[in-house]
Design a protein around this ligand. Structure first.
Ligand code: AMP
Length: 214
């Protein structure tokens, strides 16, 4: 199954994508993770992307489109995949549809959540530097402060999870990504779920949707 997870930063896409990847045994592909890996390794791509990311702006379309095209050529995407954080503009959505022909997306899950909840989630979000596991200081903190339960890596706050950058990311989302809701609605692909629910409730609702489509 080929799935897109759509939603504002902090809507829970990453957490849900990870769970779905395990449930359905398909890869979770996050452009944010791929870009952060490149920033960490100081590749040319990473150096180009870093400024945009730190400010909460989108990395230029042609850069992320090329990343996704390369990634979707890999063997592990044959049975399907979950796109988390891509597409984020109509131009990206169109490039994706063109590149994947004739294998189109099966469903777009849109996680709807209010700005207040997003701000609370993102300011308290922490991430493992090594394996990317996501924590929340109040609802799901690591057992040992600052250290990942899974791999022992350092758990840190992303530069772009600081309040001023979050506000910019939300405004970028409203302007550039929200039009995708109508774009996919018009193609009869959109399924909306309530992002204020708990992680396990959302996971169950997504599973129900996917089992109906399968
Ligand atoms: P995320 O981890 O999905 O919140 O992405 C972190 C940052 O990476 C975003 O704020 C953007 O700067 C960049 N990014 C990730 N995915 C995309 C995309 N599809 N298009 C443009 N920029 C992206």
């Amino acid at each position: 199954m080929r799935i897109i997870l759509l939603g504002a930063p902090g809507s829970g896409k990453g957490t849900q994508a990870e769970l779905m990847g395990k449930d359905f045994r398909i890869p979770q592909i996050s452009t944010g993770d791929i870009l952060r890996e490149n920033v960490k390794n100081q590749t040319d791509l990473g150096k180009r992307a870093k400024n945009f990311m730190d400010k909460g702006e989108l990395v230029p379309d042609e850069v992320v489109i090329n990343i996704i095209k390369d990634r979707l050529l890999k063997e592990d995407t044959q049975q399907g995949y979950i796109l988390d954080g891509f597409p984020r503009t109509v131009q990206q959505a169109e490039a994706l549809a063109e590149a994947m022909k004739p294998k189109q997306i099966d469903v777009v899950i849109y996680i709807k959540v209010s700005d207040e909840i997003i701000i609370e989630r993102l300011t308290l979000r922490r991430v493992c530097k090594d394996c990317g596991t996501i924590y929340h200081l109040k609802n799901n903190p690591p057992n040992k402060e600052g250290l990942c339960d899974k791999c022992g890596g350092v758990v840190y706050q992303r530069e772009d999870d600081k309040l001023t950058t979050i506000k910019n990311r939300l405004s970028v989302y409203n302007k550039q990504t929200e039009p995708l809701i109508d774009y996919y609605k018009g193609r009869n692909l959109l399924k909306e779920i309530d992002g204020s629910q708990s992680v396990s409730q959302m996971n169950q609702e997504i599973k129900n949707i996917l089992n109906r489509i399968k």
